[in-house]
Design a protein around this ligand. Structure first.
Ligand SMILES: Cc1cc2nc3c(=O)[nH]c(=O)nc-3n(C[C@H](O)[C@H](O)[C@H](O)COP(=O)(O)O)c2cc1C
Length: 208
């Protein structure tokens, strides 16, 4: 079982990476092979809107790294997308990945039947996390993936989605910031649960 995480943060190895690593770490503990891809490590050009992918399952841009990411997506049993919130939305890197993935969708849904999930975090509470999650989940669903959330069956339910914040509280007239989303314990719990849920669904699909 192969599960990849794709980080759309423009900052490698920070909060969104921590959430993705929590999902992937739990999946790895249950036997999955995992890999974290940092989009900021790759050169992925903007979609040209040439519409060639309407007629063939291939992107017309070939002199960049999209094929590397695309092959890893096609080889995976599970894909977890991660993006911090930028203006109540996903980042430019994540949106660009979505646009450039259009060739996997227009002639046939090449990712159909895989398991998908999404994680996010933002500076503020209610800073646009749900919007960013829904945007990634919509993309995954449109691509034909089966989207799982972070709900637990036999453990405390803390959140339906992995949606962290750096703002922890407001005390004595001051905002209390977390140093990292890793201090947002409920979100980290949900991220680990998401990893378990992904493995469970992939296993149950492969046994059918
Ligand atoms: C361009 C930009 C836009 C942002 N927009 C929002 C926002 O709409 N709401 C919010 O709460 N935080 C916003 N943030 C804060 C980030 O979501 C936050 O710092 C997040 O933890 C970054 O994740 P990372 O550490 O993985 O890069 C924004 C940050 C940047 C750079």
């Amino acid at each position: 079982m192969n599960i990849i995480g794709i980080n759309g943060s423009h900052r490698k190895g920070k909060n969104t990476a921590a959430l993705l690593n929590a999902v992937l770490g739990e999946a790895a503990a249950l036997g999955a092979t995992t890999e974290l891809l940092e989009l900021s490590d790759y050169n992925i050009k903007l979609c040209l809107s040439c519409n060639k992918c309407l007629g063939r399952a291939q992107c017309s841009i070939t002199d960049d790294d999209m094929a590397i990411i695309g092959e890893k997506m096609l080889a995976a049993d599970g894909i977890v997308l991660g993006s911090p919130v930028y203006w109540s939305n996903v980042t430019t890197l994540m949106k660009n990945l979505m646009d450039r993935s259009r060739y996997m969708h227009m002639t046939q849904n090449m990712l159909a039947g895989k398991v998908g999930a999404a994680v996010t975090n933002a500076g503020l509470r209610n800073g646009g996390q749900e919007a960013a999650l829904r945007i990634m989940e919509y993309f995954l669903t449109a691509q034909g993936l089966l989207v799982v959330d972070a709900r637990a069956q036999n453990a405390p339910i803390v959140s339906a989605g992995v949606a962290g914040s750096l703002l922890a509280d407001f005390k004595d007239g001051k905002v209390v910031w977390r140093k990292s989303v890793e201090e947002d314990e409920a979100t980290m719990l949900a991220a680990r649960q998401l990893g378990r849920n992904m493995v469970e669904l992939i296993k149950s699909l492969s046994s059918k």
